[in-house]
Design a protein around this ligand. Structure first.
Ligand SMILES: Cc1cc2nc3c(=O)[nH]c(=O)nc-3n(C[C@H](O)[C@H](O)[C@H](O)COP(=O)(O)OP(=O)(O)OC[C@H]3O[C@@H](n4cnc5c(N)ncnc54)[C@H](O)[C@@H]3O)c2cc1C
Length: 407
């Protein structure tokens, strides 16, 4: 089978997912807005979302992301790519199908490195969609795009570690169902740079944890919330260290590969929807005696959007194919490349779609303004563009390392 063929089971899920989007997800968007407005609380869990979750589960459109067959359908990255793209078309679909970040990454970490107790207490309810989780790595005090800087202190005291420090941007920590944090911190400041950090499973209601605030994103309070969290003498049993002391860096590498490409797949879905909205709007509005779509510059934007989407989709599929065939580590250049390309290109398309909508484009009557805000954060979340470009450039330069000047 080539990279371009969809397997039979992926084709089946694709058809079912498209049907679910039309019959349930898109019609739910207005209901969601209404329920959120009525609640007046940005972190409210609206009943419509729970209804969508039940319906997705009933249809078997649940945990499609999970690569391990004992916990989900066990799709490959290549099979999951078109499905994540479809879910990316609406901000409701990922959580409705239990395929939303950061829970997916946390579920993978607990599957790979969690104890039986972690699996029972957290992984199973996460897979059932009854609880949520957050990943707390980034810190306000240090440049966290270099994970070796992470400094929340984790000091061993008998059978426990004592945690002190400050995290921020812990997405999902304000979700009313959030029960658990995966926290990265420093257990050994004397060890080699990539062995200083560890990751621990910490209940969000552990004594000493204070969620200080939800950080706004371009003025939006996202429903799941991006929390600033204080850790004041939080005691964590040694058994809750994931994989072992000093393994934090290795786990974060394992966690971020799939998470990054999932974001890219969903970004393509957003770009497709923006192009669709752009074409509809440009065809239906008349200025100076002709449809907006009749102007050459608008057609140029539409054509460029189609070309760009096809390019990023192919690069995403290539990265997914390599992850499946040679592994996440070997695919790191392609993962880094698509992590830069997909959000930037999707942003350009959404921006042009906003322009074609005129004032309506920046309101919440269309999903474009929210999509723009979300995509803009993707140029930072899971590593800023510059750090991924650094990965690619180092890889390219390695080939020339041993060449002498003038050779
Ligand atoms: C909406 C949102 C959600 C997030 N969710 C989470 C989450 O759930 N959990 C979590 O732990 N974190 C989360 N983050 C944090 C995110 O991962 C960090 O913001 C990111 O890794 C950058 O770290 P920093 O903010 O400390 O920036 P810094 O490390 O201070 O970097 C600042 C800037 O410096 C530049 N830079 C850095 N290195 C280089 C280089 N080598 N060359 C050139 N320029 C460079 C880049 O432009 C970078 O943006 C989230 C962020 C956002 C915006």
């Amino acid at each position: 089978m080539s990279m371009f063929d969809l397997s039979e089971r992926a084709e089946k899920y694709r058809g079912q997912l498209l049907e679910f989007m039309d019959s349930h997800i898109y019609p739910a968007e207005a209901v969601y807005d209404e329920q959120m407005r009525a609640a007046g609380d940005p972190h409210f869990q609206p009943p419509i979302l729970e209804e969508l979750k039940a319906e997705a589960q009933r249809r078997g459109l649940w945990n499609l992301f999970h690569p391990y067959p004992e916990w989900g359908p066990g799709l490959t990255n290549l099979e999951y790519a078109p499905l994540a793209e479809i879910m990316g078309r609406s901000h409701l679909a990922p959580e409705a199908c239990n395929c939303n970040a950061p829970d997916t990454g946390n579920m993978e970490v607990l599957t790979l490195f969690g104890t039986d107790e972690h699996k029972e207490k957290y992984l199973k309810p996460l897979l059932a969609g009854t609880i949520r989780s957050a990943f707390a790595m980034t810190e306000p005090a240090v440049a966290s795009s270099d994970a070796t800087n992470i400094e929340l202190s984790m000091v061993r005291d008998g059978d426990e570690y004592v945690l002190n420090g400050r995290k921020w941007f812990a997405s999902n920590a304000l979700h009313p169902h959030c029960k658990v944090l995966i926290v990265m911190g420093k257990t050994d400041p004397e060890a080699a740079p990539h062995r200083q950090q560890s990751m621990m499973v910490v209940p969000i209601d552990a004594p000493g944890i204070t969620v200080l605030r939800g950080l706004p994103v371009f003025g939006y309070q996202d429903r799941e919330g991006h929390a600033e969290i204080d850790f004041d003498n939080v005691r964590v049993p040694v058994k809750d260290v994931l994989k072992g002391e000093g393994e934090g860096f290795a786990i974060s590498q394992a966690r971020l590969g799939p998470g990054r490409i999932h974001h890219c797949m969903r970004a393509i879905g957003m770009a497709e929807r923006a192009l669709e909205l752009m074409c509809r709007r440009a065809s239906s509005r008349i200025t100076f005696g002709k449809p907006v779509a009749a102007n050459a510059n608008i057609q140029d934007w539409i054509a460029e959007a189609r070309i760009d989407i096809e390019m990023i989709r192919l690069l995403t599929l290539k990265a997914a194919y390599l992850m499946d065939t040679v592994g996440n580590k070997e695919a790191r250049t392609e993962i880094a490349a698509i992590k830069v390309a997909a959000p930037n290109i999707a942003l350009k398309i959404v921006d042009r779609a906003i322009q074609v909508h005129g004032g309506a484009g920046v309101t919440d009557d269309f999903p474009l303004a929210m999509a723009w805000a979300h995509l803009r954060t993707l140029r930072l979340a899971d590593g800023p563009d510059e750090v991924h470009k650094r990965t690619i450039a180092r890889q390219e330069l390695r080939r020339y390392r041993d060449e002498k000047a003038g050779n």
